[in-house]
Write a protein that binds this ligand. Structure first.
Ligand SMILES: [Zn+2]
Ligand SMILES: [Zn+2]
Length: 326
């Protein structure tokens, strides 16, 4: 197997590209520290390939597992949280995550959870055909091996600084992409690990998830405005490359969502539509089931935001919800 790409920058932060599925292709793990100890931020999804990749990476960087003092997680999505339990099994180090993110992880993966049925029910009520919803439970199940074993976690207190790789970082909790998402800010060097809260080139997915935040887009936009206030020289995102012009990126994303809200408002002004109809008309229909799940959740996040803003209203008939513009 190929050694993952490793980049060490002048701040001493090491970016490791860990493989994941299309269309993101890789997640950034960051290794930070000195010869006395290291932290790893977001180790990536668990797979045999990624276990081998990490063994090679640590060998190449000359870091024994005993020198990894902590694993730090921005959020609970499998592509970030996945390998944390595997690392802990090997090195018995603390795994840091926010309490809210832990609750999300439990909602998604604790034994006996109802995440799949809840999602099927939500999507069906918004008009997704049964031939699609019936495939969702197996699809969601396919992520479980990416997060096993699950770690024993230590809780990040949002707003309290956390030591990562020998430096103190401010912890900033925002939601919308994932409830309980934490970004880590270093005010002296003006560095920010922003996970998936802000990404370059890609608009992070905003999902309405049953049992989670009922207004994810509102939360996301609040978070963008909050993050946009920080002076950031260099942002280290969960996907793509570290980037500058962080504040401009938050402004672009704010604009993007306002445009998307307007586009959906237009759709439901022409005629009232189910969430699934709006989704099908705005996203191309060559989507994989995985992409369709994200597109549908994203559409619903926008429709409930239009409703919250008083720009749309819902009607329900025979258990199917449609939206119309106000
Ligand atoms: Zn994510
Ligand atoms: Zn991600």
């Amino acid at each position: 197997m190929q050694l993952p790409e490793i980049t060490r920058d002048e701040q001493g932060i090491i970016q490791v590209k860990i493989a994941m599925s299309y269309p993101l292709r890789w997640v950034n793990s960051y290794v930070i520290g000195d010869s006395t100890g290291y932290s790893i931020i977001d180790p990536g999804p668990r797979s045999e390939v990624n276990e081998q990749a990490w063994q090679q990476v640590l060998q190449t960087l000359d870091i024994p597992i005993s020198a990894i003092r902590s694993i730090v997680l921005t959020h609970h999505h499998p592509d970030h949280y996945g390998l944390s339990g595997w690392f802990q099994e090997k090195g018995d180090m603390p795994v840091w995550i926010s309490a809210r993110a832990l609750a999300e992880a439990n909602r998604s993966w604790a034994p006996g959870n109802t995440a799949a049925q809840d999602l099927v029910q939500l999507f069906a009520s918004h008009g997704m055909p049964e031939e699609i919803t019936s495939r969702l439970p197996d699809h969601l199940d396919s992520f479980v091996p990416q997060v096993m074993p699950q770690p024993e976690v230590s809780l990040i207190e949002p707003g309290q600084p956390l030591e990562i790789g020998g430096r103190l970082w401010e912890t900033i909790e925002t939601s919308g992409h994932a409830a309980g998402h934490i970004s880590f800010y270093q005010p002296d060097q003006r560095l920010l690990f922003c996970g998936d809260a802000v990404l370059p080139q890609i608009s992070p997915n905003i999902s309405l998830v049953p049992g989670s935040d009922p207004s994810p887009l509102e939360s996301y936009l609040i978070g963008l405005r909050e993050l946009g206030q920080y002076e950031v020289e260099l942002a280290y995102p969960g996907h793509r490359r570290p980037f500058t012009h962080f504040r401009e990126r938050t402004e672009k994303l704010l604009l993007h969502h306002e445009e998307r809200l307007q586009a959906m408002e237009e759709r439901i002004r022409e005629k009232s539509c189910t969430g699934y109809e709006v989704c099908s008309s705005l996203f191309n229909n060559e989507l994989t089931l995985h992409q369709l799940r994200f597109a549908m959740s994203e559409t619903l996040a926008h429709l409930v935001e239009l409703e919250r803003l008083g720009r749309a209203q819902r009607q329900e008939q025979n258990g199917i919800i449609t939206f119309s513009a106000k």
